[in-house]
Design a binder for this molecule. Structure first.
Ligand SMILES: N[C@@H](CCC(=O)N[C@@H](CS)C(=O)NCC(=O)O)C(=O)O
Length: 122
C-alpha cells in the first residue's frame, strides 16, 4: 500500500511539473503590494497531496509567493498545524492578521476562493 501511494505521488509530481501553469507577470509595484500581504501567510502542505498540488498550481498561476511548510516531514510544522490549527489535515493556509490574530483556513477550495477574493483574481 505504501509503495502504491509513493508511485501515485511521483506520478502526480511528474504530471504537475509537465503541465505547470505559467505565472502572471505584474508591474513591480503591484507585485510588491501583493507580496507584502502574502508575507503574512504560510501554507501547510504535503508535497504529493493532490489537494495541495491544486492549491500550489493556483499560487503559481497567480504569482502568489506564500511560504510552503512541510507538515509531514517537518516535526515542528506538523505539531504547529495540529496544535494551533486544530487538525493534521492539509492543505491549510495560516493567515496572520494585522492585529496578531491567526486564522487557520482548511479545505483547498476554500483556500483558493479566499485568495481569489482577497487579491481580486480571475
Ligand atoms: N477536502 C480536503 C481534502 C484534504 C485531504 O484529504 N488531505 C489529506 C492529504 S491528501 C490529509 O491531510 N490527510 C490527513 C493525514 O494524512 O494525516 C481538501 O480539499 O483540502
Amino acid at each position: 500500500m505504501k509503495i502504491i501511494r509513493w508511485i501515485l505521488g511521483q506520478i502526480i509530481l511528474v504530471l504537475d511539473f509537465m503541465t505547470s501553469p505559467k505565472a502572471v507577470v505584474r508591474e513591480a509595484a503591484a507585485q510588491k503590494a501583493i507580496d507584502d500581504v502574502t508575507a503574512t501567510m504560510s501554507m501547510y502542505q504535503f508535497k504529493t497531496c493532490p489537494f495541495c498540488v491544486k492549491v500550489r498550481r493556483e499560487l503559481k498561476r497567480h504569482a502568489l509567493h506564500i511560504e510552503l511548510r512541510d507538515a509531514k516531514g517537518n516535526a515542528r510544522h506538523k505539531a504547529q498545524l495540529t496544535q494551533e490549527g486544530g487538525r493534521h489535515k492539509v492543505p491549510c493556509l495560516r493567515i496572520e492578521q494585522a492585529d496578531g490574530a491567526v486564522e487557520w483556513l482548511y479545505e483547498s477550495n476554500d483556500i483558493i476562493a479566499r485568495l481569489k477574493t482577497q487579491f481580486k483574481l480571475a
